[in-house]
Write a protein that binds this ligand. Structure first.
Ligand code: FAD
Ligand code: NA7
Length: 531
């Protein structure tokens, strides 16, 4: 049994959220802080997701922190979007500049966190058997981090190599290989497009066809970069007051308020410009809330699929007919990839996967698709997935799994009743946006709260049950005003068999969310008990 070390704050997760929290609490408040991550390096999402084609679909200039103004000016922006190696190297630079590594413990998973009511401290255990205590526990566990590997009979018998995209090893080679991929979400479309030219044969096991628009990536000019750097203050002001926080102004124009010709022209311009969020939110104001507007967007994308894909049967399988109401996708030539002679599309809704065999994947029609490699681009147990893997217990030993038995909840996306001094970054029912600015908003608000609490000698802070209930209801009401709950996706927990299908996000946007945070603070932390 090793001795227990005490910290003022323990932070879990070395992604955008955890790193900034460490910086704030340690450097601005002088707290003794330790950050843990089970990964072998910093970066969170961008450490784990090294699959070919991994790219942020938020534009480079807003997929970064806004708080390090010097770094914003120094940042090398060469392409419109940043890929995985670029984001990882950016975060490594942040860690180096701010000397964060000395307080980060990698290769260390947190297995348990129990709140001790007698001492008012969190007791934290690691997978190496170490024990720590801390007054404050900040969990930045990631909302797209716990991998989803579907339970398909026979996986253990497969004699080829298989990988989940979010646990991607170094140096995977594709040359001469017959590769299969399950999953055609944001990740699947990126991988498919990137590896198709490299593999001998690619079999895509598609359950749901996707609406996707071009990403529009490419090199950016010196003028573009200098314009951004000159205007960064205004850019961040706009982002933080906007809805989706992607660095553009959301449209205020309803789709049916213009003529058919104008509507097509606006869609066409957005298609040429690129960007999934831009296509959904910059074109018209009501694609995500009005069925007629949504159908206009669907029709436009459907017409593009039939123009691009040469084989009519493949085009038919690739064409979605449901609502355009999942996280909007964008790609670097996804549909055109199916014109390649080495790429085969299988519709596994019509012809389901029955089992994985030593040689490949067998579908219901009895065909065994022989493979050297199988890729799972099957997404994540999103939002609460990493929380429920840890033995988190609050007052009276209440397990988080029990607190969330009807689906995960929170007050403001950051705290739960009965879990005093435990703060979540991107917890359930936080904003659905470009995430770095939301992460920053939460980290800054939480740090100020911790500072206030410590300055006033307060022992514990936690929300009331009423505040948590009311926030949950607010999130449900807002989500129900949109079309998103009508589409099956991870945004509502619909991607995992048996997972509670409920509301996981505050869908009123970052500007409104920041307003809520400041109102709560300005009213003496309304909805919280500080004692
Ligand atoms: P993460 O970066 O997920 O970090 C969480 C960390 O917690 C991980 O390193 C994990 O190892 C660690 N952890 C979890 N549990 C434990 C434990 N028990 N013990 C120890 N450590 C633990 N967002 C956008 O806004 N725009 C995009 O374009 C975009 N693209 C994405 C593309 C992909 C492929 C993926 C997967 C996500 C994307 N995201 C995007 C979302 C992305 O996750 C966020 O933008 C952001 O990186 C989240 O940062 P984070 O610090 O909250 O969490
Ligand atoms: P997603 O968007 O959840 O996509 C997962 C894909 O995997 C999707 O096409 C699923 O089909 C498919 N899937 C999942 N389980 C199965 C099984 N059992 N059989 C066949 N197909 C399956 O995850 P991503 O990683 O692409 O993206 C998640 C977010 O991360 C993304 O929005 C970005 O923000 C980054 P389905 O659609 O459920 O029918």
């Amino acid at each position: 049994m090793t001795a227990t070390t005490h910290y003022d704050a323990i932070v879990v997760g070395a992604g955008f959220g955890g790193l900034y929290t460490l910086k704030k609490l340690r450097d601005e408040q002088g707290l003794k802080v330790r950050l843990f991550d089970k990964a072998g390096g910093i970066g969170g999402t961008w450490y784990w997701n090294r699959y070919p084609g991994a790219l942020s679909d938020t534009e480079s200039f807003v997929y970064c922190y806004s708080w390090d103004k010097e770094l914003l000016q120094e940042m090398e922006i060469t392409t419109r979007y940043v890929n995985q190696p670029q984001i990882l190297s950016y975060l490594e630079k942040v860690v180096k500049r701010h000397d964060l590594l000395s307080d980060i413990q990698l290769n260390t998973g947190i297995t348990a966190a129990h709140f001790n009511e007698a001492t008012g401290l969190w007791e934290v255990k690691t997978d190496a058997g170490e024990a720590f205590t801390a007054k404050h526990l900040v969990t930045a566990l990631g909302l797209l981090s716990a991998t989803n590997i579907p339970k398909i009979k026979g996986l253990e018998t497969f004699q080829g190599e298989w990988h989940h995209t979010a646990n991607w090893p170094e140096n995977v080679s594709f040359e001469g290989k017959r590769v299969g991929i399950i999953g055609t979400g944001s990740t699947g479309t990126q991988v498919i497009t990137a590896i198709a030219p490299k593999v001998k044969h690619l079999t895509v096991f598609q359950r749901s066809p996707q609406y996707s628009v071009p990403v529009g990536n490419g090199p950016v000019s010196h003028e573009y970069v200098s314009e951004i750097k000159k205007n960064y203050d205004q850019i961040w002001d706009q982002v933080k007051a906007s809805m989706v926080a992607f660095g553009f102004a959301e449209s205020t124009l309803p789709a049916m308020s213009v003529s058919e010709v104008e509507r097509q022209a606006i869609f066409q311009k957005a298609w040429e410009n690129g960007g999934g969020f831009r296509f959904m939110f910059e074109t018209f104001s009501d694609i995500a809330v009005d069925e007629q507007a949504n159908k206009a967007a669907q029709d436009f994308i459907r017409s593009k699929i039939s123009e691009i894909v040469k084989d009519p049967e493949t085009a038919r399988k690739l064409t979605p007919h449901d609502l355009y109401a999942k996280r909007p996708l964008c790609d670097s030539g996804y549909y055109a990839t199916y014109n390649r002679s080495n790429v085969q599309l299988l519709d596994v809704k019509a012809n389901p996967i029955m089992e994985i065999t030593p040689k490949g994947v067998k579908t219901a029609d009895g065909v065994e698709h022989e493979l050297d490699m199988l890729i799972f681009a099957t997404g994540f147990d999103a939002v609460d997935g990493n929380y429920t893997k840890i033995d988190i217990r609050g007052r009276q030993g209440l397990a988080i799994q029990d607190h969330w038995k009807n689906g995960p909840t929170s007050y403001l996306g950051v705290m739960n009743v009965n879990y005093p001094n435990m703060f979540m970054i991107l917890g359930p029912n936080g904003p659905f946006t470009n995430l770095p600015p939301t992460i920053e908003s939460q980290v800054e608000w939480i740090s100020e709260l911790i500072q206030d609490v410590n300055a006033k000698g307060i022992q514990t802070v936690e929300p009331t049950a009423e505040a948590e209930l009311s926030w949950t209801k607010t999130c449900q009401d807002i989500a129900n005003m949109t079309l998103f709950p009508k589409a099956d996706s991870w945004i509502f927990g619909a991607n995992i068999p048996g997972k509670t299908n409920t509301v996981y996000f505050y869908m009123a946007g970052l500007g409104a969310y920041r307003q809520q945070l400041s109102d709560v603070k300005n009213h003496g932390y309304k909805g919280f008990v500080l004692q």
